[in-house]
Ligand binder design. Structure first.
Ligand code: MN
Length: 290
C-alpha cells in the first residue's frame, strides 16, 4: 500500500507570493509529505512557472482546490454571478493543468458561505450546467473534478456524500468525483464508514481533519473507522491533511470558516504529527484485513 500523503498549503502560508510558495513547498517536503494541495482562490495570482519549477525541485505532486464566494456562486439564480463563477472555474482549471495537477476540487458547486435560505432549484440547475461544461474541459486535460461535501454552515447544497453522489449521477460526467472531509463528516454524516463505502469508486479525494480542525487524534473523529472504510472502498487516492488555526490567518477565508481559536501555533510540529498519524492509520488497515 503506497498511498500519497498530502498537506494543504494553508497549514504553512496564507497566500502565494514567491516567498510563500517556496516556504510551503519546502516545508511540506521537509515534513515528509508526497503532495501539496495548492489553493486557487485567485488563479491569476499564481506564478505558474515558479510553482512548477519548485514542484519539480522538491519532487512534490500537486492537487488544486478552491471555494467559490457569493460573488462567483454558480448555484446563484443571478446569471451574471453564475457567469463570473464559471470564468473563475475555467481559469482555475487552466492553472491546475499548467501546474501539472490532475485534480481540481473543493467547494466548486456553489459558494462557501453561511446561506440563510435553502438552495433554489433554478440555482441547482445553473450549477449542474456549469459543472457539466467544466467536467468536459477537465476531461480534455485528463483531469478529475472533485465536489467537496461540506457542513451546513458553509453550504446549502452538498452537506452529505449521498447528495454529492446524486448530483454526480444527474450530471453524468465520468470524471466528476466525491471529495470527503472528516471534519465536515463529523457534523453531517451518521458515521465515518457508511458514506465512504457508499461512494466506492466515486470517491476521488479525501481531507483528513479533526473535529476542531487542530491536531489529529485529539478530537471526536473516528479515524480508525474512516481509514478502514477507505480500504473497504478500495480507495487508492491521496490522503490530505487539512487544518486551520488563528495562527495562520487567510484573507477572505478564515472568517468564512469561523477560525477564531489557536488550535496550534507550531506548524512544523503539527505537520509532522499529522504525517505520522495518517501513515500509522493507513498502515494499521494493511495488517487488519486481507
Ligand atoms: Mn476540506
Amino acid at each position: 500500500m503506497k498511498q500519497k500523503i498530502g498537506i494543504h498549503a494553508f497549514v504553512w502560508v496564507g497566500g502565494w507570493s514567491e516567498e510563500e510558495c517556496r516556504q510551503a513547498l519546502e516545508s511540506s517536503r521537509a515534513s515528509g509529505y508526497d503532495l501539496i494541495e495548492i489553493p486557487l482562490l485567485e488563479p491569476a495570482a499564481i506564478d505558474v512557472a515558479l510553482t512548477r519549477s519548485l514542484l519539480e525541485k522538491t519532487g512534490l505532486e500537486a492537487t488544486c482546490t478552491l471555494a467559490l464566494t457569493p460573488e462567483t456562486d454558480i448555484s446563484s439564480t443571478d446569471e451574471a454571478i453564475v457567469a463570473r463563477g464559471e470564468r473563475l472555474l475555467h481559469d482555475a482549471l487552466a492553472v491546475a493543468r499548467d501546474l501539472g495537477a490532475s485534480y481540481l476540487g473543493g467547494v466548486i458547486f456553489g459558494a462557501l458561505t453561511r446561506y440563510r435560505e435553502p438552495l433554489a432549484p433554478a440555482g441547482r440547475l445553473n450549477s449542474m450546467r456549469v459543472l457539466a461544461r467544466l467536467a468536459e474541459q477537465a476531461a480534455v486535460n485528463g483531469m478529475q473534478l472533485g465536489l467537496e461535501v461540506v457542513n451546513r454552515y458553509e453550504s446549502n447544497f452538498l452537506n452529505t456524500a449521498e447528495q454529492a453522489l446524486n448530483l454526480i449521477e444527474e450530471i453524468g460526467a465520468p470524471n466528476l468525483v466525491v471529495h470527503l472531509d472528516t471534519y465536515h463528516m463529523n457534523i453531517e454524516e451518521e458515521n465515518f464508514v457508511k458514506p465512504v463505502v457508499a461512494c466506492g469508486k466515486r470517491l476521488g479525494y479525501v481531507h483528513v481533519g479533526e473535529s476542531h480542525r487542530g491536531y489529529l487524534g485529539t478530537g471526536t473523529v473516528d479515524f480508525p473507522g474512516f481509514f478502514r472504510a477507505l480500504r473497504q472502498a478500495g480507495y487508492q487516492g491521496p490522503v490530505t491533511f487539512e487544518s486551520f488555526s488563528r495562527a495562520q490567518e487567510i484573507a477572505n477565508l478564515s472568517g468564512s470558516l469561523a477560525i477564531w481559536r489557536h488550535t496550534w501555533t507550531d506548524r512544523f510540529d503539527l505537520a509532522r504529527q499529522a504525517r505520522a498519524f495518517i501513515a500509522a492509520g493507513l498502515e494499521a488497515t494493511d495488517t487488519q484485513e486481507d
